[in-house]
Design a protein around this ligand. Structure first.
Ligand SMILES: [Zn+2]
Length: 278
């Protein structure tokens, strides 16, 4: 599997928890492991507007939208469109987009489903890629936080299904129960790999896979022990997760979300890809 990456995504936000170091360390680890990398091009505005409201996109562009988690960095629109472009490229090559900023907390007009912030997100990268593909898709969100933005964007959709396995209670305070096409599996802190894997299996069994052509994975890694949404997973737990995704036998791509411990992030991404490709 090829990895989509641009060093441009390391240029901002050094002081922030969602900073460049985590991705830089992961990138260097994966480079050492021999992966091939491709440079993304920015998403087109036309594709962004399939997901986000015009006024919201203009606000990001002008640098006037800011909340306590999500600063209005200089040139953030360029970084955000490049990260969205990374997701689009990953969807075309069935690869892994190792780009930041992440995206799953941001909805149509910004903070989603009553959340107070956009949780480090500017454009919903995976949603932009899925809308552009326009195929029956299962979005699997394995980040430790509920992807409230993604749920808001696709709630009620007939051909996009959403599964999220996340820690509860935790930011953004959504995803306690399932609604229509959005299946939510809140789990207690540090529940561990066995419960996690059983939950993932149960979630897959609830979807009519004959209706699905593409699996898009919101690949967050903050469920690892010591990270901010730990469910007690280890780096090599992601090998099992990758194997289970591969068993669906669908066209699949991956888009980075959270995961804030760089050393663990690189190893977990490698494990996920190795498990998937086994
Ligand atoms: Zn997260």
């Amino acid at each position: 599997m090829k990895i989509v990456f641009s060093e441009k995504c390391l240029e901002y936000g050094l002081w922030h928890i969602e900073g460049p170091i985590r991705v830089k360390i992961a990138y260097e680890f994966l480079k050492e492991r021999g992966y091939e990398f491709l440079e993304p091009t920015p998403a087109e505005e036309e594709d962004i507007l399939k997901v986000h409201d015009y006024e919201y996109v203009e606000g990001i562009k002008k640098g006037i939208l800011e909340d306590e988690d999500t600063p209005a960095y200089e040139n953030i629109y360029e970084y955000a469109t490049l990260s969205a472009g990374g997701a689009i490229m990953a969807s075309k090559i069935n690869g892994f987009s190792l780009m930041r900023p992440p995206g799953h907390h941001v909805g149509i007009r910004g903070a989603a489903l009553g959340a107070h912030t956009r949780g480090f997100c500017y454009l919903n990268n995976i949603a932009i890629a899925v809308k552009k593909l326009n195929k029956p898709t299962l979005i699997l969100d394995i980040d430790g936080h509920h992807g409230n933005g993604t749920q808001e964007i696709f709630l009620g959709s007939k051909d996009v299904f959403y599964i999220s396995i996340h820690r509860h209670p935790l930011y953004p305070g959504t995803g306690y129960h399932s609604e229509f096409n959005c299946l939510n599996f809140p789990l207690p802190a540090e529940c561990g790999e066995e419960i996690y894997m059983k939950t993932l299996s149960k979630a897959f069994n609830m979807i009519d896979m004959s209706k699905i052509e593409v699996v898009a994975v919101s690949a967050g890694f903050d469920t690892i022990v010591g990270d901010i949404a730990s469910l007690g997973l280890r780096e090599d737990s992601f090998k099992k997760i990758g194997e289970m995704i591969a068993k669906l036998e669908k066209t699949t791509f991956f888009v980075l979300e959270g995961g804030y411990i760089g050393e663990k992030l690189g190893k977990a991404i490698d494990a996920l890809i190795q498990g998937f490709e086994k």
